[in-house]
Design a protein. Structure first.
Length: 320
């Protein structure tokens, strides 16, 4: 038996702390190199999706003087949602999770965010919002995943300065607004997204993804299926930090406009602006209709093909 843990970035407010991850009877997906070339890259990607989670594994969270025990779900996933009202400075903090199964033990360290005081939070999709992925074309997306390693994947022009400006907006030197990346990509791709964002100097963010996949058939349909999990995750973020106004960024390749419309209707006082990237030659009528409806609800919107238009819009409405 091989025991491994993958921890994800957690977060905390003044009442509650959230930490989550997976436990595996195999290497975790992040152990496979994502900068290889040719067939070696394709092999690494395949192995990232053929992992073996462990259900009902007993795990222990340690943070400051707190120690909490829980067990993993059927897919190896665990989430600690625990009361926490101790004073904690804003910024990133280390935590640890220990697991012991059949005499084998492992301890991993992760990090969690206590946001700086601000008026703004930013929630962004990933694929075709800042990472060029060709989501609307199933075969092209699959080809890109299998043939393009970390070094060969690209961001859209000017997306980085836009995101950096949003991160700094209204903040003093050394402080930042909280970023959340919420995607229909699976947890298998967490490390790739983490390293890609770091490589391109995108803001450090909490990343929320879709249920982990464990086999070849699952891999072939990566990023497909329903998107309600995104709605639930965005709703949870806004409910966790209800004092913030949010900027939502997505694209028109799938369901982002409609998801964001549902979010605005549920949180009419929390959404400041919605940005939708145009992924094809022409704008979609249904997307335009959604954005017009949001404008009628008092939410600023921008339907853009190039990020310089989004930057100009953010400057015009005073976000940056």
């Amino acid at each position: 038996m091989r025991l491994d843990i993958k921890l994800y970035r957690g977060y905390v407010n003044d009442q509650e702390l959230v930490v989550f991850g997976h436990v595996f009877d195999s290497w975790a997906p992040d152990k496979y190199e994502i900068d290889r070339r040719g067939y070696r890259h394709a092999k690494s990607v395949y192995k990232m999706f053929t992992i073996s989670p462990i259900k009902n594994a007993k795990i222990t969270l340690k943070f400051r003087d707190m120690e909490v025990v829980t067990k993993t779900m059927d897919d190896g996933y665990f989430r600690f949602t625990v009361p926490f009202n101790q004073f904690l400075e804003s910024g990133w903090h280390k935590y640890s999770v220990a697991c012991q199964v059949n005499g084998k033990g492992i301890v991993e360290q992760g990090e969690l965010l206590k946001p700086f005081k601000s008026q703004l939070g930013i929630i962004s999709d990933i694929d075709d919002t800042f990472l060029i992925s060709h989501t609307a074309n199933f075969f092209k997306k699959l080809y890109v995943i299998l043939t393009k390693n970390l070094d060969n994947r690209k961001v859209f022009d000017d997306v980085v300065p836009h995101y950096q400006a949003l991160s700094r907006a209204g903040q003093e030197e050394g402080k930042f607004n909280s970023f959340f990346y919420v995607s229909s990509s699976e947890w298998n791709l967490y490390e790739f997204i983490l390293q890609f964002a770091r490589m391109h100097n995108l803001p450090k963010a909490i990343i929320k993804l879709k249920s982990i996949k464990t086999g070849l058939a699952d891999f072939l349909f990566t990023g497909r299926g329903g998107h309600d999990h995104k709605f639930i995750k965005i709703k949870d973020i806004i409910s966790f930090y209800p004092q913030l106004e949010y900027v939502l960024l997505g694209d028109d390749s799938q369901q982002d406009p409609h998801l964001y419309e549902r979010i605005v209707k549920m949180f009419p006082k929390n959404i400041k602006a919605v940005y939708i990237r145009q992924t094809r030659k022409h704008q979609k009528k249904k997307t335009r209709a959604v954005l017009e409806n949001l404008e009628d609800l008092g939410v600023a919107t921008c339907y853009f093909k190039d990020s310089d238009k989004a930057i100009a819009h953010s400057e015009k409405i005073g976000i940056v």
